[in-house]
Ligand binder design. Structure first.
Ligand SMILES: [Zn+2]
Ligand SMILES: [Zn+2]
Length: 218
């Protein structure tokens, strides 16, 4: 059994990929590689506005994200594709280019925010309770867990008791029971970091949700 977090380099027909040795470490943001449409099945570029005929001058190229066959003109843009763990930038068709471009913004910006973490207050069931504890919440390095580090911040002198921006996370505990945690961003110097963290978390869920709904309709 591979140690936690260990990765290995694998070569697929699409290129070199760095993948986790242990499937349990695979990030939930990861997309599976698409099935490649066989060369022999396609005489024409699959871009409806192009449909160039392939011959020994016009070569076939596969988009690494959708696996469809295109001519060079319709599939010549290369982008990093971290969701499929490619080491180098890979070929994209015009459609897929836009999706990956947006997602790479998530990887460059919001994922860093999630890994750095934000300061929150745990919202107690009992609203009048004074012992709400503040904590740092961050995404684990394999993106699969939320790590919580409690810190001692005095929250006694809060009188107005305004509801701030927060996030409710529903999860299954070790006994497969549904649990909900409600967290509130702490007012003060760390507020911006907490708000940014919540926004990044929402982007993460949206990205996963959107690729699930789009992959079910070919
Ligand atoms: Zn594509
Ligand atoms: Zn084409």
């Amino acid at each position: 059994m591979a140690a936690t977090g260990e990765k290995k380099l694998v070569r697929s027909h699409s290129g070199l990929r760095m993948v986790c040795m242990n499937a349990n470490d695979t990030s939930p943001f990861t997309l599976p590689e698409p099935q490649w449409i066989p060369d022999a099945d396609m005489g024409f570029c699959m871009n409806r506005n192009c449909q160039a005929k392939f011959d020994f001058m016009k070569r076939r190229h596969h988009c690494r994200r959708c696996g469809k066959v295109y001519c060079n003109t319709c599939c010549d843009k290369k982008l990093p594709l971290p969701r499929m763990c490619f080491v180098d930038p890979v070929r994209h068709c015009n459609n897929c280019y836009e999706n990956t471009f947006k997602e790479n913004e998530f990887y460059d910006k919001h994922l860093k925010t999630l890994l750095t973490g934000g300061q929150f207050l745990m919202l107690d069931q009992d609203e009048n309770s004074d012992n709400s504890e503040s904590f740092l919440c961050k995404l684990s390095n394999n993106h699969r867990l939320l790590q919580v580090v409690t810190t001692d911040i005095d929250t006694q002198d809060e009188e107005g008791n305004k509801m701030g921006t927060g996030i409710a996370l529903r999860y299954k505990d070790n006994y497969e029971d549904s649990q909900t945690v409600k967290m509130e961003v702490i007012d003060g110097s760390n507020k911006k970091q907490g708000m940014t963290w919540v926004a990044a978390m929402q982007k993460a869920f949206k990205m996963i949700y959107e690729s699930r709904t789009s992959s079910s309709s070919p």
